[in-house]
Design a protein around this ligand. Sequence first.
Ligand SMILES: [Zn+2]
Length: 458
Amino acid sequence: MQKPIEVLKEYIRFASVSTDPAYAEGMLGARRFATGLLEQLGFVVEVVETELHPILLADRIGDPTWPHIVIYAHYDVQPADPFSQWTDDPFDPTVRDGRLYGRGAADNKGPTIVHMAALSRVLAANPDLPLNITYVIEGEEEIGSPSMPKFFDQYAERLSKADFILVSDTGSPNSEQIVITTALRGLVDLEIKLRGSKCDLHSGIHGGAVYNPNQALMEICASLHNSDGSVNVPGFYDDVVPVFAWEREELKRYPETVDSYRELLDVPAFYPANGLNPLEAVRFGPTLEFNGIGGGYQGEGSKTVIPSEAFAKITCRLVANQDPVKIQAQVVAAIKERCPKGVTLTVREGGIAEAYLVIPPDRPNAPDDQPASFARAFKAADAAIGAKFGKPPIYLREGGSIPVIADFKKRAGLDALMIGLFTPVDNLHAPDEGFSLPLMENAISAFEEIIQNIAIGK
Ligand SMILES: [Zn+2]
């Protein structure tokens, strides 16, 4: 393999925006480029057709007694718009001050090249490395991985023969402090609409006679939280996994305090529920949020009107062990029960995703059926990251969601080692996305050791 930074630049030049059909050529280019890299590394690559962007499924399989890992990544990127906010062309990568700028540099092309560069160095030194590796690189992550359920229908059994998955599509607080992510939150999406009269009404002629949908909406929404910030939906917290003592200890090493976090967000005060501090609440607790709310006159000045309709867009972030189907039903039931008779309620139940949690093999409550290679991978990651970055990793749950990780567990029984390689300054999904080159070099060295250690015996 060429110099990793040159490979990454070339990869970024393929504008693989999955959401926009105008970028079909970039998608094809990125897919072919990744295929070429995998073939250079000795993989047999299968292009799995989907309704939209094919998935790359690549194998380097030798002796069945060797350890077997699955590496998951995605070759698609977010749109670069608005282009005017970029310092340089997002699809013609540039290096400034030790950072490589370009769309996809951090999410997820840089981390993908880190894995491949490490693997290429390990295989150059030891072509007979006793490690089976399967790559799954999808092209629809940025649009919600719609083809992955079908992919699992077809390949879950084959994937289930592996030991675990390795992923670098999560974050770390800065380029010296790496986080190993131990959990991802799940998601429930819904939208409610309240209809009163058949059209907007004069508030002088009809005011006092009818239930204003805005008022009904506010009453329903206000009822969904208690005054302490907790969610007021019966059963909502029933299945929440407790916070382990070691997790609170890990969080203490996180290079952010409640004060620095408050300054970062510039909020007057925090409002975390259930006795968690704000840094804990975004990782350990479930939420119910109003993402959008509307109804009635929104223009300049005033208008004496009773709107005919009002709506709210609601999502919940869920923690491990909460069943999204059950939570969605509980929230909908609470809303129906609290909806006054004067308005008609319609509910659109949107997508759901399960949360994911893995307990690292060396922790007290770890399950005893985790493969030995998984335990070795964590141990090697701890040592190698400590040595290359100067600080051992922090083991932490993350507030965000990557539904496909929970699906690997549910469908193929695979747990995940998630090593975060992007940081807050990398501007994911935003203008001037970039990737730290020193982090990239340290990460390649760390992954060399991790891969070597996984390969030692089953
Ligand atoms: Zn990503």
